[in-house]
Design a protein around this ligand. Structure first.
Ligand code: SAH
Length: 388
């Protein structure tokens, strides 16, 4: 079988490309498009042989796309227009313009792609942009399937609930058997995969919790239900422990990842703290390492200090004593490598040396879970599922 010709729009650091490599279907990315120079530098570093168009999508004429003879489009359009932090401006947000351009192009392509996979944040499912997408797909004769998946459902200890749409242009579409196979692959236990861990405490819990504004779920003020839910997650044997994703060499430069005294004193109560033995962590967002509220979990790296004994009665102590106690926990950020591991990036993924740590967190925060997408692509692209 000829490799499928893939167009990767909004390619970022290549999460989609890694997922594609990971699934068994022969495919080749014939063009990747993104405007972010740092992300592009990282993409090129990892995929030096892939043509990378460093320009805005809406500036690319139809003919250029036609020349690629595309079989597949993979895309993660900017998600800010669909989050509360991004004001939910949806199709009137300038950042949606390029996506609307893609929707406009789709029916005009000389040969529309057989397959499309789109990834976005929770919130996209109730947007006008989604409705427009569905309308165009239907008019162009696609069958499609929409689902919300978090990496916890494939055994990874990280929450990153995302919207996915898989579309296929074929007679058969998606059958009931495919549907049940999908459910088998992405089992949804209770509702923990449907909502981010902290979502229940957000004012509007149907929204993505990617922003600091959603961080009112204070560690010490967390409800009993929340505590129980965390405990439950930590005892779910189907999810791998955090320790399997840690960088064995981190000790060499751990200093740079330890939380600073100022941060500890100010934000300790609202940190989401996990242990190496935990089986959960919250979604890493692009502000990780810069802002602490709701941007991702931190790791308790001390083997002796106990969280409960440090936090119990903490407020009654002087600043100095508080700090001394908190420092016993040796709380640190996950390194970018570790965040990448939790997001399913393979060991072969690498950053060019000159990309600063904060930029690494930023591009990772914009990216996706490679294992989840790889499994979805396997469904979408493999012929054995066609017509089931
Ligand atoms: N899936 C990607 C990340 C997608 S985030 C990954 O794995 O890294 C959305 C990306 O769209 C960002 O990298 C951003 O730079 C890019 N982008 C936003 N508007 C764009 C436009 N008009 N044209 C091209 N790329 C754009």
């Amino acid at each position: 079988m000829e490799p499928l010709r893939v167009l990767e729009l909004y390619s970022g650091i290549g999460g989609m490309h890694f997922a594609l490599k990971d699934c068994t279907v022969p495919a080749q990315v014939v063009a990747a498009v993104d405007i972010n120079t740092t992300a592009n530098q990282i993409y090129q570093h990892n995929f030096p042989g892939t043509p990378l168009w460093s320009k805005s999508i809406e500036g690319i004429p139809l003919e250029d796309f036609n020349q690629l003879s595309i079989d597949v489009i993979l895309m993660s359009p900017p998600c800010q227009p669909f989050t509360r932090l991004g004001l939910k401006r949806d199709v009137v947000d300038q950042r949606t313009k390029s996506f609307l351009y893609v929707l406009d192009l789709l029916p005009k392509l000389s040969s529309p792609p057989r397959y499309i996979l789109l990834e976005n944040v929770k919130g996209f499912e109730e947007s006008c942009a989604r409705n427009q997408l569905v309308k165009v797909l239907t008019e162009c004769g696609y069958h499609f399937k929409e689902l919300m998946v978090s990496p916890t459902s494939v055994g990874l200890p990280n929450s990153r609930l995302r919207y996915y749409l898989m579309a296929r242009r074929s007679e058969e579409g998606f059958s009931a058997v495919t549907h049940s196979k999908l459910l088998e692959t992405f089992p949804v236990h209770e509702d923990k995969d449907l909502l981010e861990p902290s979502a229940a405490l957000c004012p509007h819990h149907t929204e993505a919790v990617d922003g600091p504004e959603c961080a009112q779920f204070l560690y010490k003020l967390e409800t009993r239900a929340e505590q129980q839910r965390k405990q439950q997650q930590n005892s779910d044997p189907s999810i791998t422990q955090i320790q399997d994703f840690l960088d064995p060499d981190v000790d060499l430069n751990v200093e740079q990842y330890l939380l600073q005294p100022k941060t500890l004193l100010r934000y300790a109560p609202i940190l989401d703290i996990v242990h190496p033995s935990s089986r959960r962590s919250i979604c890493f967002t692009k502000g990780y390492g810069r802002y602490v509220e709701g941007t991702g979990s931190v790791l308790l790296s001390s083997t002796e200090a106990e969280m409960e004994s440090v936090f119990r009665g903490l407020e009654e102590h002087s600043e100095e004593e508080k700090l001394r106690r908190l420092q016993m926990l040796q709380l640190r950020y996950f390194t970018p490598r570790e965040v990448a591991n939790l997001m399913g990036f393979p060991q072969g993924f690498a950053f060019p040396d000159d990309v600063p740590v904060k930029q690494r967190y930023k591009v990772l925060g914009n990216s996706l879970n490679v294992v989840v997408v790889s499994k979805l692509l396997q469904f979408l692209l493999s012929e054995e599922h066609l017509g089931l």
